[in-house]
Ligand binder design. Structure first.
Ligand SMILES: *[C@@H]1O[C@H](CO)[C@@H](O)[C@H](O)[C@H]1NC(C)=O
Ligand SMILES: *[C@@H]1O[C@H](CO)[C@@H](O)[C@H](O)[C@H]1NC(C)=O
Ligand SMILES: *[C@@H]1O[C@H](CO)[C@@H](O)[C@H](O)[C@H]1NC(C)=O
Ligand SMILES: *[C@@H]1O[C@H](CO)[C@@H](O)[C@H](O)[C@H]1NC(C)=O
Ligand SMILES: *[C@@H]1O[C@H](CO)[C@@H](O)[C@H](O)[C@H]1NC(C)=O
Ligand SMILES: *[C@@H]1O[C@H](CO)[C@@H](O)[C@H](O)[C@H]1NC(C)=O
Ligand SMILES: *[C@@H]1O[C@H](CO)[C@@H](O)[C@H](O)[C@H]1NC(C)=O
Length: 212
């Protein structure tokens, strides 16, 4: 699925909107899908929900032009390939849900600059690398769900910067490093899931002690 044809003609907001809606109509017609949820707020498309639609292909870099999006849900499809860096332009995003796809490559560093994010899920993809928190500014992030990927490390003191984090899920990955003590500085944390990794018991015990 390529969003190219959806997004030509970005002119005035009205033209933008009309071309968008026509594009969506063509898309739906083409795919014979129903259930698309588009929320419009003050005359602008505010959330794009294309979850559970059996879409495949790569995620188009042109999605980055929809800078007004507050919610983007592409969960439970068959998107593969890398996350296009153009998504960094989605500065208003509060929800990014790419769970249950087949995305691969490293979790990109630019994720850390989507500072409006509240809920972020990459659950069940093939994303690898080190969770890139060193330049992050995700002070509003409440849910970070990275379960069931190929992530190797969160060895980063900066995780303590996720001041609003309530749920941190990194189970079913390849974590083999030391859990940073900084996790014990996450004062809002309600749920932490680290099962099915290669962490040692000592690291887990030390984490518990720190938390108490
Ligand atoms: C998205 O914006 C870039 C400039 O930022 C432009 O070059 C590109 O053509 C736009 N894409 C679409 C599909 O309008
Ligand atoms: C996408 O799905 C269609 C229909 O299921 C299939 O024919 C096509 O090969 C798929 N394309 C990719 C890139 O997976
Ligand atoms: C984030 O998730 C929480 C808990 O499920 C929910 O209450 C909240 O509305 C979500 N926020 C967004 C922006 O989707
Ligand atoms: C991850 O990659 C493996 C090996 O290529 C593949 O078998 C598996 O289906 C992929 N999982 C996801 C969620 O994409
Ligand atoms: C993401 O989508 C999945 C599947 O649609 C859903 O189960 C999950 O709760 C969503 N996660 C967030 C953080 O919104
Ligand atoms: C972090 O984000 C906040 C908005 O949430 C912004 O005011 C602040 O300047 C940002 N800090 C950095 C270092 O980017
Ligand atoms: C926890 O927070 C305190 C106070 O903000 C700070 O001094 C300390 O270095 C932090 N600990 C870690 C492990 O980040």
């Amino acid at each position: 699925m390529n969003f190219h044809f959806l997004l030509s003609n970005l002119g005035s907001p009205l033209i933008h909107m009309i071309s968008w809606l026509i594009g969506l109509f063509l898309l739906l017609h083409h795919l014979h899908v129903i259930g698309l949820v588009l929320h419009v707020h003050h005359g602008r498309v505010h959330s794009l929900n294309l979850g559970h639609m059996g879409l495949n292909g790569t995620i188009s870099p042109h999605l980055g032009n929809l800078s007004f999006l507050v919610e983007l849900d592409l969960s439970d499809n068959n998107f593969h390939g890398h996350l296009p860096k153009e998504l960094v332009q989605l500065r208003r995003l509060k929800l990014l849900n790419l769970s249950f796809n087949e995305l691969d490559g490293e979790v990109p560093t630019w994720i850390g600059s989507l500072y409006a994010l509240q809920n972020l899920s990459f659950h069940n993809n093939n994303l690898s690398g080190i969770i890139p928190l060193s330049k992050s500014n995700l002070s509003r992030l409440e849910i970070l769900d990275l379960n069931d990927n190929l992530i190797e490390a969160i060895i980063s003191r900066e995780i303590g910067r996720l001041k609003s984090l309530k749920i941190l899920e990194i189970a079913g990955n390849k974590l083999n490093g030391i859990i940073p003590n900084a996790i014990s500085n996450l004062s809002s944390l309600e749920g932490l899931s680290l099962a099915y990794n290669s962490l040692s018991v000592r690291e887990l015990v030390s984490l518990k002690i720190n938390k108490e």
